[in-house]
Ligand binder design. Structure first.
Ligand code: GLY
Length: 302
């Protein structure tokens, strides 16, 4: 069995391109990274790679990570500024077993040492959008690109890439390069990855939470729903209104599912015997609801 799942509608093009390669025997890691790179290179996607919306000072700072599920090897970069393909640096880091995460100037130096193309990340369109968002004092959302892949040889991998929160404070790092929060993969169970506000996602360590739920026997959809709901409710109990949280899950058998606490999320997926398709996601709990979540009614004031 092979399978691939990606976040947001724009991952469909990569799933259509790379599902046949998985079917032909390509590896999980190569496929997840190639899919993520394809979206990084698509300038129309303004939440990742070239074309990503910059930070408060007008500079693009990219984060990316990969994990493979056999030996649990990880590669992650954060605050990556001079190359539009952080996913390639994250992938290369997996082969440097002594380090899991590089940030800032060190991450950029590592990319240079690999010979990765040093190119401007900021596009004219992203600059125009940044100026508009700045005037409106608005953040544009957190559409992190995540791919989970299962190859025919039963190997699993995850690739995650993002330009992070638009207009962020320079140096801010979200969930995406943080193992357990933005991503997790374990060949013995399955893989998970998250998209949404990193500050909320990392409080729930949602990806590890979902993989552990699958280990306990939940389906990918049940695991994603439990991880999103538990994290959302815990934040509400602490007096915090959760921002957007969404995630995708894939188990070692090729079953997939997703969950969100908002109405905007969709994902794309394909697996052996199932053609690439887009799946909208009904929120498991709604962060726009004005009433207290059903699970917490009766606890108010206690
Ligand atoms: N989920 C991406 C970020 O918050 O940076």
């Amino acid at each position: 069995m092979w399978a691939i799942i990606g976040t947001w509608h724009f991952s469909l093009q990569a799933i259509e391109a790379f599902a046949p390669r998985l079917a032909a025997g390509d590896g999980a890691m190569d496929t997840a990274v190639a899919a993520a790179r394809m979206i990084e290179d698509d300038e129309r996607v303004d939440s990742v790679g070239r074309g990503g919306i910059p930070n408060a000072q007008g500079e693009c700072e990219l984060d990316a990570a990969v994990m493979e599920g056999r030996a649990l090897r990880i590669g992650a970069v954060a605050g990556f500024c001079h190359c539009p393909n952080p996913i390639l640096a994250a992938r290369a880091l997996v082969d440097h077993a002594e380090y899991n995460l590089l940030c800032g100037v060190g991450a950029d130096a590592f990319a240079r040492s690999l010979g990765l193309p040093q190119q401007p990340i900021l596009t004219e369109a992203a600059l125009a959008r940044w100026q508009q968002l700045r005037q409106q004092r608005q953040d544009k959302g957190h559409d992190t690109v995540c791919f989970l892949a299962l190859s025919a040889d039963a190997r699993m991998a995850v690739a995650v890439t993002t330009s992070g929160m638009s207009l962020k404070l320079p140096g801010r790092v979200g969930d995406s390069p943080l193992v357990g929060s933005g991503f997790y993969a374990d060949d013995e169970v399955g893989a998970a990855a998250a998209t949404g506000l990193g500050e909320d996602i990392m409080k729930g360590v949602v990806s590890f939470r979902a993989v552990e739920a699958m280990r306990q026997g939940l389906s990918p959809r049940q695991a994603a729903e439990q991880a999103v709901r538990e994290t959302h409710l815990r934040l509400v109990r602490g007096g915090h209104k959760p921002d957007n949280i969404a995630m995708v899950c894939l188990d070692k058998y090729g079953n997939f599912g997703a969950a969100a606490n908002h109405r905007e999320f969709a994902y794309a997926a394909a697996r052996e015997g199932l053609a690439p398709a887009l799946y909208p996601v009904e929120p498991v709990i709604d962060n726009q609801a004005t009433a207290l979540p059903r699970e917490l009614q009766g606890l108010a004031g206690s």
